[in-house]
Design a protein around this ligand. Structure first.
Ligand code: SF4
Ligand code: SF4
Length: 204
């Protein structure tokens, strides 16, 4: 996509295209507050995971204003966010940065731009599939689906599953995890709610 600013520059200029992306981000819950940002950098200075992010929280907002859709949605930033809310509580303009990160995860998934460096989206999908099948999450089934998908796509070392076995056995021993899923009475209604959310713009 076109962009008016170089990748390394911190001077990001507003364009018509920038307005479009900004409007899109503002239209989803959690994204509307990016308009209030004054680029003070408090969020980035507070973030414990900023060193692992392609773009800091402050820069992510600057990129949104500049219309750099691809650079924002293809980055690992939102997937590295630990939802600790430090940025949100310290922001002098009350920008909802943590919610913004989740909003960007949704947009990134929607446009098929999720970076290959994260497995979080796979985890979310396994969680939703489990809810759709049973009306509630079946932890063992969800984790098996997550591991098999990430192992088959080369994102997880197959031996990491072996490392998890003692924990899984311990949870089963203490009846915190069951082998068989239990289906709740209103499972079909839950499935309808999930399908409706998908039709309203949820993940594909
Ligand atoms: S702390 Fe708030 S105002 Fe400052 S750069 Fe971050 S989001 Fe913008
Ligand atoms: S909520 Fe996310 S972006 Fe904000 S400080 Fe915590 S890890 Fe960083």
């Amino acid at each position: 996509m076109n962009s008016v600013a170089s990748k390394t520059s911190d001077v990001l200029v507003m364009t018509t295209e920038g307005e479009e992306f900004l409007e899109e981000v503002c239209s989803i819950p959690g994204g509307e507050s990016v308009r209030w940002c004054i680029q003070c950098g408090m969020c980035s200075a507070s973030c414990p995971n900023v060193a692992q992010m392609d773009n800091s929280p402050r820069r992510t907002i600057a990129l949104i204003h500049a219309g750099r859709r691809y650079d924002v949605l293809k980055s690992n930033t939102m997937w590295v966010c630990a939802s600790c809310y430090l940025c949100t509580v310290r922001c002098p303009k009350e920008v909802k940065i943590t919610e913004l990160m989740h909003a960007l995860e949704r947009l990134s998934t929607y446009y098929g731009l999720t970076t290959k460096r994260t497995t979080t989206a796979t985890m979310y999908r396994a969680f939703i599939d489990s809810i759709k099948s049973n009306g509630r999450v079946h932890e063992l089934g969800m984790m098996m689906k997550y591991y098999l998908t990430t192992v088959l796509t080369g994102k997880t070392n197959p031996f990491s599953l072996v490392k998890m076995l003692p924990l899984a056995l311990n949870l089963m021993l203490h009846r915190r995890m069951t082998i068989k899923p239990t289906r709740i009475k209103g499972a079909e209604q839950i499935k309808t709610i999930v399908e409706r959310a998908k039709a309203l713009g949820g993940v594909k």
